[in-house]
Write a protein that binds this ligand. Structure first.
Ligand SMILES: Cc1cc2nc3c(=O)[nH]c(=O)nc-3n(C[C@H](O)[C@H](O)[C@H](O)COP(=O)(O)O)c2cc1C
Ligand code: SF4
Length: 668
C-alpha cells in the first residue's frame, strides 16, 4: 500500500458497523425501470452497477433514495415504497447484498421523506406538501405547497421505522435518512425560512428538528440500538432567498441554516441517536453546493464540514468534489473529517479506491463535474450514466471483451473521440495507430479545457495520453492523413474522428482584426481588449464571458434566442451557477439579439427595438461548429470498414464523442 494515502484505508466504525476504509460512496438515486424493479429493489443491471464499485474497493455504499410511503410524491408507474413490497424487496435484494458483502464492503439503504417544495411538478401533482402552507415550489414557484398534518407526520415516522426493519431483514447493514440536506422535506422542517408551524413541529430549533429526531428514535426502537442509522446533512444552506443561492466568497445574509445554528443542529441529531453525519452544503436554491459543477472549487464543502465535526463525536463524512486523493487523505489523517464521500468520481472510475491504495493516482479517470451523463440524464427521465464512462449502469452489456481477431486499426484525429476509439480498440487487443495533424493530442477539448476552472478537463486529456502510452498505441503527431497515406497503411478498420470547424457568421466586418474565434480566445492566441462582445450565449460563449469578466473585462453576450444556455442536456446545477456567476461579474446579457455588423471598436446588433451599437475592442464568435467529414467522404469506399465518429459525424459534446467512439470500438 502507498503510505501517503494510508489514512484512507484505516477501518472506522459507524455505530457498531465496521467499515473497512474511509471511502464512502454517497447516494445517487437511480430510478429507471431498467435499473430498479417495481418493488424498489435493484434489477440485475442496477445491482451490478453497485457491485462494480464494491469490487473497486469502496468501504461503504449508500444506495439511492427509496420512498417509505406512498401517500405523497408517488413516482408514476412505480411502487418504489419499501413498505408496500417488503416480501419481494427482501428476496430481490439478496443478490445485491450478498455480492457487496463478498468484497468486504458494507451497504446501507437511503430512506427518504421525499422532496416537499423541491419536488418536480410531476411528483407533486395533486398534493404538494411541505412543513408549512404556501411555500413556493422550487421548479415552479406558482405551485404553492400545503402543510403536513400531525397524523401525516406520524404516518411518515411509522413508515420509516417499518422501512428500516425491512432493510435490516433484507441484509442491509444500516439505513441513511434522507435528508436534513439539500432542502428536501426534512430539511425544510429544520429551517425557519421554510417552517412556519406553530405546533410541536415548528417554532424553536428543537421543535423544528423533532421530525428527523423522532424518525431515528422510532427506527432504533424497532430495529435495536445497534442498527446503524446515518443522516444526510447539509451544514450550511448558502441561500439568499427562495431560488437564490450564494456563490463561494459572496457576502450575503443567510436565509436558510447558518454555521452557528448548524453546530446546534448537529448536536441535536447526534443526541437523538444518529450514528453518522453524511455531510455537505446547500439546498435546491443553491444547488451548486450540493451538486458542485465544474465552476465550484474542489473540496468546496470541506471547510464547513470540518468545522461541524468539532461539535459532535459521531463520524462525519464529507462529500462534494473530494476526489483529489491528497486532499482527501490529508483531511482524514488530520482528523478534520472521518471519511471522504464520493459520488461522481466513482462513476467516472469505480476503481478510485483501489488505484489510490496502489498509488496509481494518474491512472484514475477524472470526473469532469459536467453532470451531462449523470444528474442531467436523471432529470430527463433517462438512465443514469457518465460522460467519461459509458459503461455506468450497463456494466455487463458494455464490458470490453478481448478481440478474437487482432486487427490493424487506424484512428484519424487525436481529439477526445479519436483517443477513446484508440484506447478501447487497444484495450481489446488490436494493433492501433493514431494520426493527428497538429502537434498535440486533445483536439478542440484543449481549448475547452483552457480556463483555470477546467482543471479536471486538463486531467482528462492527461489521462488519455497516459492510457494510450501504456497501451502501446502508436501516435503520429503533425501528420495530415491523405487517401494515399491510408492506402499505404493497409488498415483493417479505420476510425475517422476529424472533428468539426467553427461556423462563421455572414456579416460585414466578420474578418476584421478585432474578431476572434472562441477557440483562439480560449487558447489566448490573440489579444483580448477590455470591452468584449461575445456572440453566442451557448455553453462555450457563457464560459468565455465568465472567464473574461472575472479577470476584470467588461463583457456583453448577445444571443439570438430568447435565453442563454439553451443547451440540450445541460444540468440545472451547472446552468444556475453559470448564470449567477455572469450576474455576479456584471456580464450584460442581450437575448433576442443578433449580430448585424462589426466595425473597428464596435458592433451593430439587431434587437427587438431596432439596431443598436455596442462598443467592442474584441468580438468573440461562439456560434457553434459544423462537422468536418471531408476525409471520410474521400476514403469511405476504400475497401475496409471506415467508421465516422464524434463531431465529424454529428457535432455534440464530450459525452457524445466518448460514447460514440466507445460503442463502435467495443464491437470491431
Ligand atoms: C446522479 C446523482 C444522483 C444523486 N442522488 C442522490 C440521492 O438520491 N440522495 C442523496 O443524498 N444524494 C444524491 N446525490 C448527491 C451525491 O450523493 C453527492 O453528494 C454529490 O454528487 C456531490 O459529491 P461528488 O462531487 O462526489 O459527486 C446525487 C448525485 C448525483 C450526481
Ligand atoms: S457525467 Fe460528468 S459529472 Fe457525472 S460522473 Fe461523469 S464526468 Fe462526472
Amino acid at each position: 500500500m502507498n503510505t501517503e494515502f494510508e489514512s484512507l484505508f484505516k477501518p472506522m466504525k459507524i455505530g457498531k458497523m465496521e467499515v473497512k476504509n474511509r471511502i464512502v460512496m454517497t447516494a445517487m438515486g437511480i430510478h429507471s425501470h431498467r435499473l430498479v424493479n417495481e418493488d424498489g429493489s435493484y434489477s440485475l443491471d442496477g445491482a451490478n452497477y453497485f457491485i462494480e464499485r464494491a469490487k473497486g474497493g469502496v468501504g461503504l455504499i449508500v444506495t439511492g433514495a427509496m420512498q417509505v410511503q406512498d401517500w405523497f410524491e408517488r413516482v408514476p408507474g412505480s411502487a418504489h415504497n419499501i413498505n408496500k413490497v417488503a416480501d419481494t424487496y427482501i428476496k430481490n435484494s439478496k443478490y445485491l447484498v450478498d455480492n457487496i458483502h463478498s468484497y468486504g464492503t458494507k451497504i446501507v439503504v437511503q430512506l427518504t421523506a421525499g422532496s416537499g417544495r423541491t419536488a418536480p411538478q410531476w411528483l407533486c401533482e395533486g398534493d404538494a406538501i411541505a412543513p408549512s402552507d404556501d411555500l413556493p415550489n422550487v421548479w415552479n414557484p406558482a405551485i404553492r405547497h400545503r402543510a403536513l398534518t400531525i397524523p401525516e407526520i406520524q404516518h411518515y415516522i411509522e413508515c420509516f421505522a417499518n422501512g428500516a426493519a425491512i432493510a435490516k431483514e433484507a441484509g442491509f447493514d444500516g439505513v441513511e435518512i434522507h435528508a436534513v440536506h439539500e432542502g428536501y422535506l426534512l430539511d425544510q422542517f429544520t429551517m425557519s425560512c421554510t417552517n412556519k408551524r406553530t405546533d410541536k413541529y415548528g417554532g424553536s430549533l428543537e421543535n423544528r428538528l423533532r421530525f428527523p429526531c423522532e424518525i431515528v428514535q422510532a427506527i432504533k426502537a424497532k430495529c435495536g440500538n445497534d442498527f446503524p442509522v446515518m443522516v444526510r446533512y447539509s451544514v450550511r444552506s448558502y441561500m439568499k432567498g427562495f431560488n437564490k443561492g450564494a456563490l463561494p466568497g459572496e457576502e450575503f445574509e443567510e436565509f436558510g441554516r447558518d454555521l452557528e445554528e448548524s453546530t446546534k443542529v448537529a448536536k441535536i441529531l447526534e443526541e437523538a441517536g444518529y450514528d453518522a453525519l453524511d455531510a455537505d452544503n446547500g439546498t435546491y436554491d443553491s444547488w451548486y453546493w450540493s451538486h458542485p459543477p465544474v465552476y465550484m472549487p474542489k473540496a468546496c464543502n470541506l471547510k464547513d464540514v470540518k468545522y461541524i465535526k468539532k461539535f459532535v463525536n459521531i463520524p462525519v463524512i464529507c462529500a462534494g468534489r473530494m476526489d483529489d486523493p491528497y486532499t482527501a487523505a490529508d483531511a482524514v489523517a488530520s482528523g478534520e473529517i472521518d471519511a471522504v464521500g464520493l459520488a461522481r468520481p466513482l462513476l467516472a472510475d469505480p476503481e478510485w479506491p483501489a488505484k489510490v491504495q496502489r498509488g496509481d493516482i494518474e491512472d484514475i479517470r477524472p470526473c469532469i463535474a459536467c453532470h451531462n451523463g449523470c444528474l442531467a440524464r436523471i432529470f430527463e427521465g433517462k438512465d443514469m450514466c457518465c460522460a467519461v464512462n459509458p459503461a455506468v449502469c450497463r456494466e455487463k452489456a458494455y464490458e470490453l471483451k478481448p478481440t478474437k481477431e487482432k486487427k490493424n486499426v487506424v484512428v484519424i484525429g487525436g481529439g477526445i473521440g479519436g483517443m477513446e476509439a484508440a484506447r478501447v480498440s487497444a484495450l481489446r487487443g488490436h494493433n492501433v495507430s493514431l494520426y493527428e495533424k497538429s502537434e498535440e493530442l486533445g483536439g478542440v477539448f484543449i481549448a475547452a479545457a483552457a480556463p483555470d476552472f477546467k482543471e479536471s478537463d486538463k486531467e482528462l486529456i492527461k489521462w488519455y495520453k497516459l492510457q494510450l502510452n501504456k497501451l502501446g498505441v502508436k501516435i503520429h503527431l503533425n501528420t495530415e492523413v491523405t487517401p494515399d497515406l491510408v492506402t499505404s497503411l493497409h488498415p483493417d478498420e479505420i476510425f475517422v474522428a476529424t472533428g468539426s470547424k467553427a461556423k462563421k457568421l455572414p456579416v460585414p466586418g466578420i474578418d476584421g482584426k478585432n474578431v476572434v474565434t472562441a477557440i483562439d480566445a480560449l487558447l489566448k492566441k490573440k489579444p483580448i481588449g477590455n470591452k468584449v462582445v461575445v456572440v453566442g450565449g451557448g455553453l462555450t460563449g457563457c464560459e468565455i464571458a465568465y472567464d473574461l469578466a472575472k479577470d476584470g473585462k467588461q463583457v456583453t453576450i448577445i444571443e439570438v434566442l430568447d435565453d442563454i444556455l439553451k443547451v440540450k442536456g445541460l444540468c440545472a446545477a451547472n446552468a444556475n451557477m453559470l448564470r449567477e456567476l455572469l450576474a455576479y461579474y456584471n456580464v450584460e446579457v442581450l437575448v433576442n439579439t443578433s449580430l448585424s455588423a462589426v466595425t473597428e471598436g464596435s458592433v451593430t446588433v439587431k434587437t427587438a427595438d431596432g439596431l443598436k451599437n455596442i462598443e467592442a475592442d474584441t468580438v468573440i464568435t461562439a456560434v457553434g461548429y459544423n462537422s468536418d467529414n471531408r476525409l471520410y467522404e474521400q476514403i469511405k469506399d476504400c475497401g475496409v470498414p471506415v467508421h465516422l465518429i464524434g463531431d465529424a459525424k454529428q457535432v455534440s459534446n464530450l459525452m457524445g464523442a466518448i460514447w460514440d467512439a466507445y460503442e463502435v470500438a467495443m464491437t470491431i
